[in-house]
Ligand binder design. Structure first.
Ligand SMILES: Nc1nc2c(c(=O)[nH]1)N[C@H]1C(S)=C(S)[C@@H](COP(=O)(O)O)O[C@H]1N2
Ligand SMILES: [Mo]
Length: 514
């Protein structure tokens, strides 16, 4: 058979395998899609330089890039397998089986594994082998018949069957893949119920309304004080968002505690609920970067829960594990500070947590970078020593202690933009959770520092907006800022990379006046 057809059969068979795996996973256990499990495994075993490269090069597009790259590699392997099988199906079947077994192993070794998870990779393996044998046999017969005799009649109809079957497999594989995605969204009902329950709760201690003067979004089009959920930055290593319903959610609290406990979602809603406005941020944020957002989180005081559990002396860290097996270690003494407002959060900006932000329950600790505190899809909480357990990012070279560093960002003018000469508004944000910002200074073209106007403060747990104005002549200009916190500490000029405990340095924006 022709090379092109042989390659196509390889690709179709593997496509059918992936599609079948994805749709069966969607039906029985959304976290067991072999394709996504392989992606997770790649992330888990990637060397640190590679994950850093991916994060800095592709940012939040790193997951689509990984999945797309995997698709290209798998398609090339499948095409090669098809071409190697022009006469005899042996090599092709062998490659399809090897790919299937890899998917199988990836699912088997996910951090949280259930026997039901094996159904999807098995279906995938079976579909791959069957489709390959079927299309390959059909193609061989078609070309053997064409070679055998001048009476092309049967060969033509065989060719029709071959084209029809190939098209059907291709469409079926795509539909199955898409169907799997759709089935994976099975927590929307549970989310809608939680949103309704949160709205109906009467005892919630609501966050004060954000004062009108807290941002300059209306006048200057700069960052809004509260980030709408769809715009909230997202960082995690989960290719498959866990889909546990609120009814099935449990949190086990154990280790160095007097009273081990297991909490249900209803247990949380029966407790006093508070709403806090909190600015969260990622340690990977570069100076001037976008990985910072603010939301009104509704939750239960984590300190109160731990007081009830009875933390034993020497329990240095609260080691949390998510449903998908990611881990974080939070210093116990930080969570236990009475004014810290560490939360087990169930709501975000008036609705249930969005799936990608940790539904049904996540942790939020003001003043700590997310990787040491903000466990999404939380499932387990162990009180332990720092030596006993190493969380995910600590194993990859990041720090154990990671308080958020005092920083500022220039939002307007945009870098390399052109603005009209005359009075030019300079504006941005500054943060130093949980201390708060007392001063932001701005300087133009290396000139003297000038104190900017600060917007109304919401709390130390949030960012604070600032603005000022410079009279500028045409030409290229560079503006710089530095923030000072309420303890009188000014952000350092020293440039540091995000790894291991957060970037530092004064932000600078170059822009043009005409
Ligand atoms: N389960 C899980 N939780 C996680 C992570 C993760 O990879 N998995 N990443 C953490 C990191 S590094 C950050 S910065 C915050 C980001 O939370 P967000 O995506 O809601 O903004 O989540 C934290 N919680
Ligand atoms: Mo992060």
């Amino acid at each position: 058979m022709p090379r092109g057809l042989a390659a196509l059969i390889g690709v179709l068979a593997v496509g059918a395998a992936l599609g079948a795996g994805h749709v069966v996973a969607g039906l029985v256990s959304p976290s067991s899609s072999p394709y996504l499990a392989v992606g997770d495994t790649v992330i888990r075993f990637s060397p640190q330089w590679l994950t850093e490269f991916a994060k800095t090069t592709f940012g939040t597009a790193d997951k689509p890039v990984l999945l797309g790259g995997m698709a290209v590699v798998i398609a090339l392997v499948a095409a090669a397998a098809g071409i190697a099988s022009r006469r005899n199906p042996g090599p092709g079947v062998a490659v399809v089986v090897v790919l299937g077994v890899l998917g199988f192993l990836a699912v088997l070794f996910v951090p949280v594994f259930a026997p039901l998870d094996l159904v999807a990779p098995l279906a995938s393996l079976l579909a791959g082998v069957l489709v390959f044998r079927f299309l390959h046999g059909l193609a061989l017969r078609t070309y053997a018949a064409a070679a055998a005799g001048p009476s092309g009649g049967p060969a033509v109809s065989r060719r029709g069957v071959l084209i029809g079957s190939s098209a059907a497999v291709g469409v079926g594989a795509l539909a199955a893949g898409a169907g799997g995605l759709f089935l994976g969204r099975g927590i929307e009902d549970s989310r809608a119920q939680v949103t309704a329950r949160l709205a109906a709760l009467t005892g919630v201690q609501r966050a004060p309304a954000i004062p009108a003067g807290a941002d300059y979004a209306a006048e200057l089009g700069t960052t809004r004080f509260v980030t709408p959920n769809p715009d909230f930055y997202r960082i995690d290593v989960a290719l498959r968002i866990p889909t546990r319903s609120a009814a099935d959610w449990r949190l086990r609290i154990h280790g160095m505690v007097d009273n081990e406990m297991t909490l249900t979602f209803d247990d949380l809603l029966r407790r006093p609920l508070v709403e806090k406005t909190i600015t969260m941020m990622c340690v990977s944020n570069e100076v001037g970067g976008p990985l910072i957002s603010t939301a009104n989180f509704i939750g239960v005081s984590l300190r109160d829960i731990l007081l009830e559990a009875g933390v034993r002396p020497g329990a240095q860290q609260v080691f949390t594990t998510s449903i998908d097996g990611w881990t974080a270690g939070t210093p116990t003494d930080v969570i236990m500070e009475p004014g810290r407002h560490a939360l087990l959060a169930v709501g975000m900006n008036g609705e249930a947590l969005p799936p990608e932000h940790g539904f049904p329950v996540r942790m939020v600790v003001p003043g700590l970078y997310g990787f040491v505190s903000a466990t999404k899809w939380i499932a387990d909480m162990e009180l332990t020593t720092f030596d006993a357990r190493q969380p995910y990012w600590l194993q990859r070279g990041w720090a154990q202690q990671a308080p958020i560093k005092t920083q500022s960002r220039i939002d307007s003018p945009r870098g390399f933009s052109t603005v009209p000469a005359g009075k030019v508004a300079i504006a941005g944000i500054a943060w130093s959770q949980p201390t708060g910002i007392s001063k932001v200074e701005v300087r133009m073209d290396g000139g003297p520092w000038r104190v900017a106007d600060l917007a109304t403060e919401v709390s130390g747990d949030t960012w604070r907006m600032w603005r000022t104005e410079f009279d500028l002549a045409p030409g290229s200009h560079t503006v710089q800022t530095r923030a000072t916190d309420r303890n009188g500490r000014t952000q350092t000029e020293m440039r540091a990379d995000p790894i291991p405990d957060g970037a530092t340095g004064w932000p600078a924006t170059i822009f043009n006046v005409s």
